[in-house]
Design a protein around this ligand. Sequence first.
Ligand SMILES: Cc1cc2nc3c(=O)[nH]c(=O)nc-3n(C[C@H](O)[C@H](O)[C@H](O)COP(=O)(O)OP(=O)(O)OC[C@H]3O[C@@H](n4cnc5c(N)ncnc54)[C@H](O)[C@@H]3O)c2cc1C
Length: 399
Amino acid sequence: MARRLVVIGAGMASGRMLEHLFAAPHDWSVTLFNAEPRGTYDRLMLSPVLSGEKTYAQIVTHDADWYAARGIETRFGESVTRIDRAARIVHSAKGATPYDALVIATGSAPFIIPVPGKDLPGVVTYRDLEDTEAMIAAGLAGRNAVVIGGGLLGLEAAAGMAARGASVTVVHLMGHLMERQLDPAAGALLQRDLERRGIRVHCNGATKAILGTNRVEAVLLEDGTVIPADLVCMAVGIRPETRLATDAGLEVERGITVDDRMQTADPHIFALGECTEHRGQVFGLVAPLYRQAEVLASTLLGQPASFAPIQTATRLKVTGCDLFSAGDFSGSEDIVLAAPAGPYRRIVVNEGRIAGIVMYGDTGDGGWFYDLMKARQDIAPLRDTLIFGPAFAPQEARP
Ligand SMILES: Cc1cc2nc3c(=O)[nH]c(=O)nc-3n(C[C@H](O)[C@H](O)[C@H](O)COP(=O)(O)OP(=O)(O)OC[C@H]3O[C@@H](n4cnc5c(N)ncnc54)[C@H](O)[C@@H]3O)c2cc1C
């Protein structure tokens, strides 16, 4: 008899995992729950949907037909509410579903800052299709939109709403934009480019309250600034969606603790994607999750596989704001190439190897630097010309 595999969450990670699983012979009979009333889509591409460059239909990766063709039972629009580990059953509003193996792939939830007015109509987050449609439905042309959060997500929301004609202000708590990926110099260039396209940026801005009677009317900052707002998008961070695991008594730190095979402390339960924590690391970009997906498929196929931390690189999907960032900036030495109007390059070196990369303006060589960083290549032979990129590397020293 087939073994029963239940998957909670039809997001980017579980879609990829099921692809790998069904590429090999196996004896799993799969049931897939999803809180969203749909199958799997490329969440990264919500930004082009918001800006009007793409439609939802163009970003679908695994729809009900894809799953049905593989005999996967889909329960879209149905949240799992509880896991009964002793009975090996998951519960939803429609009843109980038994499993032999369970995969928790519930992703993340947007963090909401607990300020007065956070629940007013017109305050949205940016995570799924509903959020995106809520912003579009607000009729953005000519309206005032405030984005709280100047990270990757917030800036994509800002650019998307601006593309639909909104007058957008970004309020960011820190001194420069995308401070986790960019240093102050690159952050300033990014701010300049966003302002050139009409997006206002308010750094060092702490939100005190969201004002309004029946719906949002303005955002009040700690310094007394009042910014008029017909719509407020909160994009201040995410937290792993771990509630089911916590309630079931699984080990949860910031995310659901998994080992190198993506198994939790319960041998019948695995976790995958942004809801996980692996060796103290949590995740917010998709590249390592795709590797997790491969590893978990192998684990379920009884094949050896192991997930190891990998370096990720960030790009912003906002036209005209070309940035590349990877690694960290805490190295012992900096090599910088800068002109007042950009482009800007900074390579951080630690013990003779690239530890971090920040590029703004001309990022074409980002992949080359990134490969050197991942390979932990000794940069001594390249050092004199390193900052100028591969075209200037001595022939004999090219990797
Ligand atoms: C607008 C936007 C832009 C992004 N851009 C980038 C980018 O440029 N580069 C990058 O690397 N990453 C980007 N990301 C992040 C990327 O989308 C995530 O890392 C990825 O989607 C995480 O995959 P996941 O499968 O873990 O979670 P998700 O894709 O979030 O899927 C989790 C699913 O689980 C469902 N679920 C939750 N709880 C339950 C429950 N109890 N029962 C049933 N179902 C449940 C949810 O409804 C959801 O559909 C972006 C994210 C957003 C929102």
